[in-house]
Design a protein around this ligand. Structure first.
Ligand SMILES: Nc1ncnc2c1ncn2[C@@H]1O[C@H](COP(=O)(O)OP(=O)(O)O)[C@@H](O)[C@H]1O
Ligand SMILES: [Mg+2]
Length: 225
């Protein structure tokens, strides 16, 4: 699903954000990506979303390669890969339903199908009752649910999440993680960047990748991969 092979990423004047990173996330896997602030987590998520390209090495996601996919075709990846962020990135002043509906519109959903599908997605993330609420009047946990519903519009096979619980309290965090588990149980691969070690330790059965200064220093699945 996601495969990084000897990936390095250098930013002008900043040196290397990632150094020779290789790992693979398979279909239906749930993986935590951990590491201190500045270790390269967000860079990894951006590369996996093709929001940026590696300086060297290859990123493959859902069959597409960073070496071969032209910039004008990046939307094809976005149809297969959903992404959510710490700061939600919703349209302020719009309702939960409008936020999801807008994403459906952009992906070419026939207009008659948009309303029912947006409502169904909001139900899926446990937010049916708040469909008509402006997103800025929702709690952080609820806003993240809207963002997740929006990420699901194209029925992705991979969900990327960059510190999705970074702005949430413990209770909302558990709710979001449980929702990720539900989506994962339906077959979606999840790569979730977090510096919250407590959260990672609370799920010892899940695979953990750890970055340190741009290097992959630990993979709980071992060297065999
Ligand atoms: N757009 C950018 N331009 C320059 N340097 C960047 C940029 N994004 C990240 N960096 C640098 O790359 C390194 C890794 O950052 P990042 O991937 O955001 O780490 P994390 O998400 O683990 O905190 C840091 O040193 C950061 O300053
Ligand atoms: Mg980050």
């Amino acid at each position: 699903m996601i495969k990084l092979t000897s990936v390095s990423k250098e930013y002008p004047r900043r040196g290397a954000a990632l150094r020779d990173v290789s790992f693979e996330v398979r279909k239906g896997e749930f993986v935590f990506l951990t590491g201190h602030s500045g270790s390269g987590k967000s860079t990894t998520i951006r590369l996996a979303h093709f929001a940026d390209r590696p300086t060297s090495g290859e990123v493959r996601v859902s069959g597409y390669s960073s070496e071969r996919l032209p910039e004008r075709d990046v939307w094809k990846i976005r149809r297969r890969v959903g992404c959510v962020f710490q700061d939600f990135r919703l349209l302020p002043g719009r309702t939960a339903l409008e936020n999801v509906a807008f994403a459906l519109e952009v992906t070419g959903t026939p207009s008659k199908a948009i309303g029912p599908k947006a409502n169904r997605l909001l139900s899926q993330v446990g937010l049916a009752a708040k469909a008509g609420a402006p997103v800025n009047e929702l709690s952080g946990g609820e806003q993240q649910r809207v963002a997740i519903a929006r990420a699901l519009v194209s029925e992705p096979v991979v969900l990327l999440a960059d510190e999705p619980t970074g702005n949430l309290d413990d209770r909302a965090t558990r709710g979001i993680i449980d929702l990720f588990f539900e989506l994962n149980a339906m077959g979606m691969a999840v790569l979730m960047a977090t510096h919250d070690l407590e959260l990672v330790r609370a799920h010892p059965h899940l695979r953990v990748l750890e970055l340190d200064q741009g290097r992959l220093v630990f993979d709980s699945a071992g060297e065999a991969r």
